[in-house]
Design a protein around this ligand. Sequence first.
Ligand SMILES: C[S@@+](CC[C@H](N)C(=O)[O-])C[C@H]1O[C@@H](n2cnc3c(N)ncnc32)[C@H](O)[C@@H]1O
Length: 242
Amino acid sequence: MKYKKIGDILILDNNSRNEDFEGLSKKHNVKTIMKIDHIQGTRREPVYEVLYGSETETINKENGCLFKLDLSKVMWSKGNNNERLRIAKLVEDGETVIDMFAGIGYFSIPIGVHANAQEVIAIEINPNSHYFLCQNIELNKLNNITPILGDCMVETPKFKADRIIMGYVKTTHHYLKAALGSLNEGGILHYHETVPEKLMETRPIERIVSQANGRDVELLKINKIKKYSPGVMHVVIDARIY
Ligand SMILES: C[S@@+](CC[C@H](N)C(=O)[O-])C[C@H]1O[C@@H](n2cnc3c(N)ncnc32)[C@H](O)[C@@H]1O
C-alpha cells in the first residue's frame, strides 16, 4: 500500500483497497485518513474522500517551515519539496520577490524563513489558500511577506521585482507577459511548465523569449521537478532577463 503523511493526516494512494483504518491510524499516529483522487481547476482544489476520522486541517513541517492547511480545501505536493527549498536558497539579501501563484505560501514561507528578502509579494486567487497563507505568515513569525488576494494577471503589474516565481502549471505561459513586465533589468524568473520530455529543452525557453519584448534572456537552468504524466515532465526554467 502506498501512502504519504502530511502533518498528522495519512493520504492513501488511489489504488489502495479497504484497510483496517483504525489500525493504520494507530500505526502511523494520524488523526485522519484520506484519499485525494485529483486536484481540480485553476484554484487547484482537491477532490477527496475521508476514510477515517473527520479533521482535515493539519500543520505540516517541511524544511524548517510550518504549513497550516486544510487538505479538503487546498493542495499539497510532496514532490515539490526540494524545489521549495532550492528557490529559498537562491534569494539574495534585500531582493523584492513576487510569488505570482502563492497558494498557502509554498515558496513564500521558505523564502521568509531561510532568506533575507526585502519583501515577498504573495499573490493568490483562492480565498481558502490566501487564508492559510496569512495563517502561515503568522505561524512562522514572518514580517516581510505581503499577502494579496487576487488575480496575479491584474496584481503583478502593480509591482516591480528582482525575482518572480511562477509556480503554476498547464497555462503558466499565459501569465509570462505580466511577469516579464514587472521584472527589473537583470532580474530572475522561475517559470514552471508541464512539457513533453522531447520539448523540454526548447518550448519553455522559446515561450519566455517570445514574451520578453526584445530583452535578452539568459538561460540559467532547466530544473526537472518530477514526472507529471507519461512522457510529460514538470520543469522549472531559471532565466535572467536583461
Ligand atoms: C497550488 S499552487 C502550485 C503548487 C506549488 N508550486 C507547490 O510547491 O506545491 C498554484 C496556486 O496558484 C493559484 N492560482 C491559479 N491561478 C491564479 C491567478 N490567476 N492568480 C493568482 N493565483 C492563482 C491557485 O489557486 C493555487 O493555489
